[in-house]
Design a protein around this ligand. Structure first.
Ligand code: ADE
Length: 225
C-alpha cells in the first residue's frame, strides 16, 4: 500500500511514522508513506496557500490552486483508490472504514487548516471525507496520523502476531475482553483463575462472555446492530 499525504505542516507528521509499528511497516516495505509539503505548490514569492474568504467572514481558507496543482501532479503519477479529506464534518472513522481502506492500494490524504479548504476542491477532487470525532482540531494532520495508524496495523504482516488485529476491540462488533500478565497475584489482586487453568476451550468461552459483558456495560449501542 502507498499513502500520500498533503499538508502545510510536514514536520507534524514525521514523528507518528518514525516509531514503533508504523516505522516497522515501512521498513518491511508493507506500506510506503510520502508526505508532500503544500507550501511547495504555493502562489507567488511568498508561496501563499491561504486567502481571505469570499463573502467576508473571519478566518482564512486554503486556496484552490496550490491544492489542485499538487493533487493533479500526484494523480498523473498513479491512480488513487480514494482521495480523502480529513474534516470534522466528514463520516466518522470507525473500524469498518479502517478495514475497508486497508484493502486499497493507493490512498491520497489531504489535511485541511484554518477555516477549511475552497469548496471546489471538495466538489471536484475529494472522493471521501473522514472525521475522527465530533471535535475540531487545529488541522487535519493528527487526524490523518490516526487514520493511517488504524489502517496500517491491519495490513498483513505488519503486526507480529497476525491474529492480534483480529482480536482487537470492534473487529467483531464487540469490545475486547480484559487481559492480564504476570504476576498472577499482585498484593492479593488475583488474575481470574480460568486464565491460568490451561483449558483453552474454557478460556475462549470466558473471553467471549467477557466481551459481551463489557460491551453491554460500556457500549450497549454496539449490540443494537
Ligand atoms: N480536522 C479538524 N478537525 C478534524 C476532525 N475532528 N477529524 C478530522 N479532521 C479534522
Amino acid at each position: 500500500m502507498r499513502i500520500d499525504i498533503i499538508t502545510v505542516l510536514p514536520h507534524l507528521l514525521e514523528s507518528p511514522f518514525s516509531d514503533s509499528i508504523l516505522k516497522r511497516a515501512q521498513k518491511k516495505e508493507l506500506v510506503e508513506i510520502r508526505i508532500h509539503d503544500l507550501r511547495n505548490y504555493g502562489i507567488g514569492k511568498h508561496k501563499q496557500v491561504d486567502d481571505y474568504q469570499f463573502g467576508g467572514s473571519a478566518g482564512m481558507v486554503m486556496m484552490i490552486e496550490p491544492i489542485a496543482n499538487c493533487i493533479e501532479k500526484l494523480n498523473s503519477e498513479r491512480d488513487y483508490d480514494e482521495i480523502i479529506y480529513m474534516a470534522p464534518d466528514g463520516e466518522t472513522l470507525g473500524q469498518k472504514t479502517a478495514n475497508e481502506l486497508s484493502l486499497k492500494e493507493n490512498l491520497l490524504i489531504l489535511c485541511g487548516h484554518y477555516k477549511g479548504i475552497d469548496q471546489r476542491i471538495r466538489d471536484h477532487f475529494i472522493t471521501r471525507e473522514i472525521s475522527i470525532g465530533d471535535y475540531v482540531l487545529s488541522g487535519g494532520e493528527l487526524a490523518a496520523a490516526v487514520l493511517c495508524d488504524a489502517v496500517i496495523r491491519l495490513l498483513p504482516g505488519v503486526l507480529n502476531d497476525e491474529t492480534s488485529a483480529l482480536t482487537d476491540s470492534f473487529q467483531d462488533g464487540l469490545l475486547a475482553p480484559p487481559v492480564y500478565t504476570r504476576p498472577a497475584d499482585f498484593n492479593g489482586w488475583k488474575v481470574p483463575e480460568i486464565l491460568t487453568s490451561g483449558n483453552t476451550k474454557k478460556i475462549e468461552k470466558w473471553r467471549q462472555e467477557q466481551s459481551h459483558k463489557i460491551t453491554e456495560e460500556k457500549r450497549p449501542d454496539l449490540l443494537k446492530d
